[in-house]
Design a protein around this ligand. Structure first.
Ligand code: SOE
Length: 392
């Protein structure tokens, strides 16, 4: 129930698999844990093409109703906010139509299949005057917010290095089926756009814009069985299924020079055996260093050069105190939070921004900036040269 007097934001959501579940959880939790937020989402309609699947998701996730055609979300005034978490190939069409219908938009990353498409989406959203947000959820881990605070307050001094890895291993088996995340026409790119996009956004958020990049990329398994069904990151197939071509990267690595002078290195791979979801970065500055690893997302390791000589070293900060972003809304200090909380914090920012009549952060401009670096790296890989980001 939304408190009397609180602004209600009626949500219509397209997609109901992995991200659909994460977003549904966030919409249903945000009002309960952040009762003072000036606006609250109301889970009106969920949309998916498969009637049985979407009906089941509506019941399981707590949506008031469901539809099988996203255009129904845009008719009339019932829906205020359209949440797009279906595969990347449909982001652009739905987002532009939603903007033109005057709906606010939350869109999962990567924003689009290409830089040109992301720019069109940004332009449509700006012209319509709606609020737009892109789903870079890792910004919203309290430990990442602490990293941002430490850097913004100058406590690391001049930033020299940003190095980051996003490592997974879920497609290591060559017989793992050709799911949509491995198809260029649907996903845009492979580990680069799926995992590297998060690293690029974190780099932009924490260190700033990049001037030039040089990359390398590989598809280790070039053909895979066509799946009979897929959901989230899992898929079913049979041993005798025909094979299809993998036309995205399995791993992409790149170096970057930041506008502020720092040097960056980035590694995104789905072939890093033993790493399930290692989204990690380390930042070194003139006064110290910090490091984060999503597999231990409550922690930030910090090192300050002005610590007394006899206790110099990295210390582990458990970012669960009221001193840490969002934590006074959750549990007592030391009671850790998880992946799903990052989405709750994301939706809180969206609700606050809608109420305050400002753009949320990160928004489509951040989505475009990320897409620009993604594409600059792709150009660098295909032309085997350094590429200036503003060439694109
Ligand atoms: C799968 O590779 C995936 O779930 C990505 O799609 C997400 O964006 C990332 O957060 C975790 O890995």
């Amino acid at each position: 129930m939304v408190k009397a007097g609180k602004q209600q934001v009626n949500v219509g959501m397209v997609g109901y698999k992995f991200m659909g579940k994460a977003h549904s959880n966030a919409y249903s939790r945000v009002n309960m844990f952040f009762p003072d937020a000036p606006a609250a989402p109301v889970m009106k309609l969920i949309c998916g093409r498969d009637r049985n699947g979407v009906q089941q998701a509506a019941e399981q996730f707590g949506w008031q109703g469901y539809v099988t055609d996203w255009r129904e979300l845009l008719r009339g005034d019932e829906i205020d906010l359209v949440d797009i978490n279906a595969p990347s190939d449909v982001h652009k069409e739905i987002a532009i139509a939603a903007a033109q219908a005057g709906k606010h938009i939350f869109c999962e990353k990567p924003l689009a299949l290409s830089l040109a498409d992301s720019r069109e989406m940004f332009q449509a959203a700006e012209e319509a005057g709606i609020k737009h947000m892109v789903g870079f959820n890792y910004r919203f881990a309290p430990a990442v917010q602490l990293a941002k605070k430490i850097i913004s307050e100058g406590r690391l001094g001049t930033i020299y290095h940003f190095r980051a890895w996003f490592l997974q291993d879920w497609i290591l088996d060559p017989e793992f089926p050709l799911v949509w995340r491995l198809q260029k026409a649907v996903a845009g790119s492979g580990s680069h756009g799926d995992l590297g996009a998060h690293l690029i956004d974190l780099a932009h958020y924490l260190v700033g814009g990049m001037e030039e990049v040089v990359g390398m990329s590989e598809t280790f398994v070039k053909e895979r069985p066509v799946p009979s069904s897929m959901t989230g990151l899992s898929a079913k197939g049979s041993a005798d299924a025909p094979k299809g071509k993998v036309d995205v990267d399995d791993a992409t690595l790149f170096l970057a020079r930041f506008a502020g002078g720092a040097l960056g290195s980035f590694e995104a791979s789905r072939f890093a055996a033993g790493h399930r979801c290692k989204n990690a970065f380390e930042i070194n500055g003139s006064k110290g260093s910090i490091r984060f690893d999503f597999e231990r997302l409550n922690e930030l390791e910090v090192y300050f050069t002005d610590d007394a000589a006899d206790v110099q070293g990295f210390r582990r900060v458990l970012a669960t105190d009221p001193a840490h972003a969002y934590m006074d809304a959750w549990w007592p200090p030391g009671h850790t939070i998880g992946y799903e909380h990052t989405f709750v914090h994301e939706m809180l920012e969206l609700m606050q921004a809608i109420h305050e009549d400002r753009q949320p952060k990160p928004n489509f401009a951040d989505g475009v900036n990320c897409q620009q670096v993604l594409e600059a790296v792709e150009l660098s890989v295909s032309e085997r040269r350094w590429v200036k980001v503003n060439e694109l």
